[in-house]
Design a protein around this ligand. Structure first.
Ligand code: HOZ
Length: 427
């Protein structure tokens, strides 16, 4: 444990990092600015736990923002990586594992008839809208306030996640011409979508959304909302793209689309399918995906795409998740945490808890959170105070009101009880 008189190793690393990495971090939320803390540098993970460079142990609810659904260092995943590692780290050429990965994704997610592997969720969404534009011969993309689809130019308008955390509503460096091609409307409001289609009939190439929003905190779709979007897009000749980078293989084996029984035209994936290694994918209807080069002329490429290590890790994780009780266990664990936190919210007030299998958010507000506007009404100062107390008690909760927390299949009942107790003592 660090003491006040000694400069912690995290602080020492942060001082060095600030000189050579913008803000000292490789992704903005990690700077912990909005919660009034200094970056924590981590050394290792083990099951549901993380250990920082100062030797502090945490129950981890970030889970690398989604991939660690089986916890850190799962033996099956490590074995698969070790076996693949012995054969080299990258070929820049096709490999057996990428074929197996594509077959498994197509088998588990029926709306995906063909899939292309990329290296991150950002690449997946950028590529998905390119092929959607090519297929529909239209340019406008409709997205939702508070949804986050990575840092591609088209997606940074009224985005959630780090932009919401830092209060950046539009990003310098994105050409105005690009911004004009993105329409944003509130989530969970079908009338707003209908109005946008009325105003831009035959111009909207695609509607893209997180079917369960994880980047404004967790926001569930209202009853009938996703079906309504499916109907409107079909009627208007636009594609429906589900960004399941977070929800894919997490809220159910067949993702949010399986859980809510909606068939999008295209789906983007990432996180879990890489087992913690860098990965992304986009896939969907065959006639759309066949437009991608070299089958078609929509260009998209990548040296590390279908990387054998990432494929091996992802395959091992997906195969393990296919085992009978994975999602029952993940659901039960999430429900247990949600029950404890909901009881606390009812007792204390000023808190609302949203959850679905493997994901949870505590919003510091009295009102239901149904969209970005209501998420932004939360008391972020209170969130920051509670976050700091939780961290001191060894709970590593996502450092932003606008991020969902992630559970794994290996969080124990004891871990969850400790977490509820830490919340009781912190709010
Ligand atoms: N914006 C990411 C989660 N929604 C955080 C990425 C990171 O800091 O690793």
């Amino acid at each position: 444990m660090s003491t006040a008189s000694v400069i912690s190793r995290s602080k020492q690393l942060a001082a060095r990092a600030e000189k050579v990495i913008p803000g000292g971090v490789n992704s903005p939320v990690r700077a912990l600015k909005s919660v009034g803390a200094d970056p924590i540098y981590f050394e290792r993970g083990d099951g549901p736990h993380l250990f920082d460079v100062d030797g502090n142990k945490y129950i981890d609810y970030v889970g690398s923002w989604g991939p660690m659904v089986l916890g850190h260092c799962h033996p099956r995943v490590l074995e698969a990586i070790e076996a693949a590692l012995a054969h080299g780290t990258s070929y820049g050429a096709p490999c057996r594992q990428e074929v197996e990965m594509a077959e498994l994704i197509c088998q588990l997610i029926p709306s995906i008839e063909m899939v292309r592997m990329v290296n991150s969720g950002t690449e997946a969404t950028m590529s998905a809208i390119r092929v959607a534009r090519a297929f529909t011969k239209r340019d406008i993309i409709l997205k939702f306030e508070g949804c986050y689809h990575g840092h591609g130019d088209s997606f940074l308008a009224k985005a959630g996640s780090g932009l919401a955390t830092l209060g950046i509503s539009s990003c310098p460096g994105v050409p105005e011409e690009t911004t004009k091609l993105t329409i944003t409307v509130p989530f969970n409001d079908l009338d707003a979508v209908k109005k946008a289609f009325k105003e831009h009939a035959k111009e909207i190439a695609a509607v893209i959304l997180e079917p369960v929003v994880g980047n404004s905190g967790l926001i569930l779709p209202k009853e009938g909302y996703l079906a309504g979007l499916r109907e409107i897009t079909s009627q208007n000749g636009a594609l429906l793209i589900f960004d399941e980078v977070m929800t894919g293989f997490r809220v159910a084996l067949n993702g949010a689309q399986g859980r809510f029984d909606i068939k999008p035209d295209l789906t983007t994936l990432g996180k879990i399918i890489g087992g913690g290694l860098p990965v992304g994918a986009y896939g969907g209807r065959r006639e759309i995906m066949e437009m991608i080069a070299p089958k078609g002329s929509v260009y998209q490429a990548g040296t590390l795409s279908g990387n054998p290590l990432a494929m091996a890790a992802g395959l091992a994780q997906l195969k393990h998740l296919q085992q009978a009780d994975s999602y029952v266990r993940l659901t039960n664990k999430t429900d247990l945490l949600a029950k404890g936190l909901t009881e606390l919210a009812e007792k204390k007030g000023g808190m609302k808890v949203a959850h679905i299998t493997g994901m949870i958010t505590v919003f510091f507000t009295d009102k239901e959170v149904v969209d970005f506007e209501s998420a932004k009404q939360c008391d972020t100062d209170k969130f920051a105070k509670v976050w700091r107390k939780l961290t001191d008690k060894g709970i590593y909760w996502p450092p932003s009101q606008f991020e969902a927390a992630f559970l794994s299949t290996v969080h124990s009942t004891k871990d969850i009880e400790e977490t509820i107790k830490a919340f009781e003592e912190s709010v």
